[in-house]
Design a protein around this ligand. Structure first.
Ligand SMILES: [Zn+2]
Ligand SMILES: [Zn+2]
Length: 100
C-alpha cells in the first residue's frame, strides 16, 4: 500500500497538494480501509483489488444507527451522487437513477 501512495503522489502536479486521511470504501469490492489520498482525488486505488474505485466514506453498514432507514440501490450499492443539472440522484456503482 505504501508503494501505491507514493506512486500516486508522483502523478500530482505539485507536491504541496493537501492530503486527507479517513475511512475509505472501494465501490468495486466493498473493501473498507483507513486511507490517505490527495484532497482533490475523487477516486483512488483500492489496496485490496487495485481498482481506482476508492471513495471516502463516513458511514459503514454496522455503524448506521439502529432504527434508521438507509436507502440502497437495487444493485446493492448505497453510495450516490447528485447530478448538478437535473438534481437526479444516481448510484455510484451501477449508474442507475434512483426513484422512490
Ligand atoms: Zn477494491
Ligand atoms: Zn446501483
Amino acid at each position: 500500500m505504501t508503494d501505491t501512495v507514493l506512486e500516486f503522489a508522483r502523478k500530482l502536479p505539485t507536491t504541496e497538494a493537501p492530503w486527507r486521511g479517513g475511512r475509505a470504501l472501494c465501490l468495486a469490492c466493498r473493501n473498507y480501509w483507513p486511507g490517505a489520498a490527495p484532497v482533490e482525488a475523487e477516486r483512488f486505488e483500492c489496496p485490496a483489488c487495485g481498482k481506482m474505485e476508492g471513495v471516502w466514506t463516513n458511514i459503514v453498514p454496522n455503524q448506521v444507527p439502529k432504527g434508521s432507514t438507509v436507502w440502497q440501490c437495487g444493485c446493492g450499492g448505497w453510495h450516490f451522487w447528485v447530478n448538478g443539472e437535473d438534481k437526479a440522484i444516481v448510484c455510484c456503482e451501477c449508474g442507475k437513477e434512483q426513484r422512490w
